[in-house]
Design a protein around this ligand. Structure first.
Ligand code: MEV
Length: 325
């Protein structure tokens, strides 16, 4: 369209915005025992991800727009206390007084399914703030802030979620040691299936803690066994032995079940995966709902198991090619 001589150019107004992203994760083996300083193997799940956008607002309060809640942050449900904490910690680490933020959270990581959605949103938020305020936080400063916030969400946390949602490589994670990246060149596919039931990581972690107090020998032995299976799984991964890895995943599920963090819906899906000839299957994440994972011989077998699990009641599913990790 042509502009008339007398028309002034319209001034485009570009408002600065901050953007941060993070992705979901799956724990292949070692959830719960990782809280007690045993190793876990975890993988990033880039297909499930979150983007946070924000800008400054000329208002009295922060304002948030998310799947769970839209409105002023100080009226947000307790579930979002971790975000309040992360915002305050990030502002004070950058010595920024009096900023008010308008925050948009756009996530396709299902909430409460053990896929790290809470940590991913917090990581993406802190990253968006770093972008907006030009804060050069180191990885460990970012992890410190997110872990402080996640303690609110989970009480006891190993810190695994925070690390995984901000890392692009599979890792061996241990609370007391530096994370070690690992490579998968396995001709196998991991099927992740969402049971549709919200998992309860906080409750599951405290249930295991109570069981430990009541039956210390049983729980310590279970943790030790899971720790041993994780060690053997690492050998299987190095040797590309998908059959051993599958078997060890199944053993891991047996102990998670004994620790009381599975439930009939999860066990049913795990059983259906076994009946579909999966090499191994287990719950992943905190449990008491959430997701299951199953190891398939190849991509086609993965698609078959995926269809079976969806038919059995799973509400969503992702395939992760272990050849390209
Ligand atoms: C949750 O994704 C994994 C748990 O081991 C808890 C944690 O590591 O913080 C159950």
């Amino acid at each position: 369209m042509q502009r008339h001589e007398h028309e002034p150019f319209k001034q485009e107004i570009y408002r600065p915005i901050g953007i941060g992203t993070a992705h979901g994760k799956v724990i292949l083996m070692g959830e719960h025992s990782v809280v007690y300083d045993f190793p876990a193997i975890a993988l990033p799940l880039p297909a499930a991800n979150v983007t946070v956008r924000l800008e400054q607002l000329d208002m009295k309060n922060h304002y948030i727009d998310s799947q769970i809640y839209t409105g002023p942050l100080h009226h947000a449900p307790n579930e979002l206390n971790n975000l309040k904490k992360a915002i305050n910690l990030t502002l004070s680490s950058g010595q920024i007084a009096d900023a008010r933020l308008r925050i948009w959270i756009d996530s396709n990581i299902p909430i409460g399914r053990g896929m790290g959605s809470s940590a991913a949103v917090t990581v993406a938020l802190v990253r968006a703030m770093c972008h907006y305020f030009n804060l050069g936080l180191s990885d460990s400063q970012l992890a410190f802030i997110v872990n402080q916030a996640e303690v609110i969400a989970h009480d006891q946390t190993s810190g695994l979620d925070t690390l995984l949602v901000s890392t692009d490589s599979p890792i061996i994670y241990r609370k007391s040691a530096s994370p070690v990246p690992i490579q998968f060149n396995m001709p196998a596919t991991l099927v992740v299936a969402d049971s549709g039931m919200e998992g309860e990581t906080k409750l599951a972690v405290s249930k295991v803690g109570q069981l430990l107090e009541k039956t210390p020998r049983f729980v310590t032995n279970a943790m030790q066994s899971i720790g041993d299976y994780v060690g053997q799984a690492l050998v299987a991964i190095k040797q590309n032995n998908i059959h051993d890895l599958g078997r060890l995943m199944t053993y891991n599920h047996y102990y998670l079940n004994q620790l009381g963090v599975s439930n009939p819906t999860i066990d049913y899906l795990v059983n259906r995966a076994w009946m579909s000839d999966a090499l191994g299957a287990k719950l992943t994440g905190g449990g008491l709902g959430g997701c299951v994972i199953a190891l398939a011989r190849d991509y086609r077998h993965g698609q078959f198991i995926q269809a079976e699990l969806l038919q059995a009641g799973a509400v969503d599913s992702w395939l992760l090619d272990l050849n390209t990790m």
